[in-house]
Design a protein around this ligand. Structure first.
Ligand code: HEM
Length: 455
């Protein structure tokens, strides 16, 4: 089956001198096919009551998607939507994510001619986002298996455990600085800016061997990359995101050249130095490292921010964890379940058949609501209750399942436990004192600002 990973897209007839001159036109076409057209469809769907349209477009649903999830659950385990099917069921989501009847690629040869042309015309390595092929997130085997094997070596349980001192040291250094900062003695600080974003970006920079001094750039680029995960971005926001993606690709190109000359003991040095029979193409290398860098902090900062907000709202559980810190492992699972940093993903039916007792045709898109599956009462008793002692919290799908199960799940858990436990030990009286502001994102869920006082 031809998928979105087709190498034919790289063979653009408009090569050479024409390319720079056509850049603005290509940006418009790229936006049109990836965001403009979906926005029209989703808005029309939202006006007609379509759940996915409302989820992705309605501002009130962004702040609290759970009433919509419950409405969907009441309709059954699989519902139609304007872009295929949608599920809020844990059982159906697990089946889809684990089954090889579903893939992440899609058969672009079935798309209308104009769309095929637009995808080809708009294709450009330097404008490619984290969820565009050949990012492993959106390619099927055998390419997916190849990327996953190369990257997975750096994320084995043993490799992750060896990272604990780095995570602890990073958390301590950040909190030492806050402790010394006279501004934090009486005043309010933004915990996202000062800690929740910094810890994961410093840890992933260490793992990938990228210079930590560039962390402000990574955070800016990561935010732009995260925005492109939501279909339907307005043009101006897309242009800003594309500018950030270009800067990120340019940085990566220089970084790869540096590591080829002077390799270190890090994952990216290993990836650029692979023997010929395993070597990644330039495009694959960009896609893989960009995904690791972005996924490595964009999600984990949400875990930390969501966790602090939840534990502030359930103060007795924060106090209980201070007395019995072994409970942090379970607490992190419950935070991931209750307020999942990644709310949704999607799959395409590869082989037609039935799903949840309903016939499904090859090519149908299914939106899998991870955040809703994690509140499924068939699996979690009183799912709307936040309880760090919940025995089966770990059954959540916050890291997905099947072959795309989050490669960094172990590292994210480690950062969650060390990051939150250390914060609670150093600043036990921390309180959320200002109005938290959610990020303007749908696929990812977290806070843009979380104003706290530390003492
Ligand atoms: C709380 C933090 C995190 C959450 C909630 C999270 C969640 C996810 C989810 C839901 C997926 C799969 C999406 C799908 O099935 O379509 C995924 C994949 C992935 N994650 Fe994470 N992630 C987190 C942290 C990390 C970290 C720290 C890294 C790496 C350093 C990372 C790297 C990746 C990669 C490379 C994939 C693609 C795996 C594949 O396609 O095979 N993630 N993550």
């Amino acid at each position: 089956m031809s998928t979105d990973t087709d190498t034919s897209i790289a063979v653009n007839p408009l090569a050479g001198a024409l390319r720079p001159a056509l850049r603005p036109a290509r940006t418009v076409v790229r936006w049109g096919v990836r965001h403009g057209l979906p926005a029209v469809l989703l808005d029309r769907g939202a006006r007609g009551g379509d759940p996915v349209g409302r989820l992705l477009r309605n501002p009130a649903v962004r702040d609290d998607p759970h009433p919509l999830y419950e409405e969907l659950r009441a309709r059954g385990s699989l519902s139609p939507s304007s872009i295929g099917l949608v599920t809020a069921s844990h059982a159906v989501a697990s089946e889809i994510l684990r089954s090889d009847r579903f893939g992440v690629g899609w058969d672009r040869s079935q798309a209308p001619r104009l769309i095929r042309w637009a995808l080809r015309f708009g294709d450009e390595l330097d404008a490619t986002g984290v969820a565009e092929p050949p990012s492993m997130l959106v390619v099927d085997p055998p390419d997916h298996t190849r990327f996953r094997r190369l990257v997975g070596r750096a994320f084995t349980p043993r490799a992750t455990a060896a990272f604990e001192p780095v995570v602890q040291r990073t958390a301590d250094t950040l909190l030492d600085a806050l402790e010394r900062d006279p501004g934090t003695r009486s005043g309010e600080i933004d915990l996202i800016d000062a800690y929740a974003a910094q810890l994961p970006v410093l840890v992933i920079a260490d793992l990938l061997g990228v210079p930590t001094e560039r962390r402000a750039d990574f955070l800016r680029w990561g935010a732009a990359a995260a925005a492109t995960l939501d279909p339907g971005l307005p043009f101006r926001r897309y242009v800003a995101a594309e500018r950030a993606l270009r800067a990120m690709h340019a940085f990566l190109r220089e970084h790869f050249a540096r590591l080829r000359r002077d390799p270190g003991d890090d994952l990216v040095s290993r990836l650029v130095g692979l023997p010929d029979d395993e070597a990644l193409t330039e495009r694959e290398l960009h896609a893989t490292v960009m995904l690791l860098l972005g996924a490595g902090f964009e999600t984990t900062m949400n875990l930390l921010g969501n966790g602090v907000a939840l534990l502030d709202a359930h103060r007795e559980q924060w106090e209980a964890l201070r007395v019995a810190p072994t409970g942090w492992d379970g607490a992190v699972e419950e935070i991931l379940r209750f307020d999942s940093p990644v709310q949704l993903t999607g799959r395409t039916v590869k082989d037609g058949g039935t799903l949840a007792g309903r016939p499904v045709r090859a090519g149908t898109r299914v939106t899998v609501l991870l955040g809703a599956a994690n509140r499924d009462p068939e699996v979690f008793r009183e799912p709307g209750r936040f309880d760090v002692g919940r025995a089966n919290a770990r059954d959540h799908l916050a890291f997905s399942a099947g072959i795309h199960y989050c490669v960094g799940a172990g590292l994210a858990r480690l950062e969650g436990v060390v990051g939150l436990r250390t914060l609670s030990e150093r600043f036990p009286h921390l309180r959320v004192t200002g109005r938290p502001v959610r990020r303007d994102l749908r696929t990812l869920r977290g806070f843009e600002h979380l104003p706290v006082t530390l003492r």
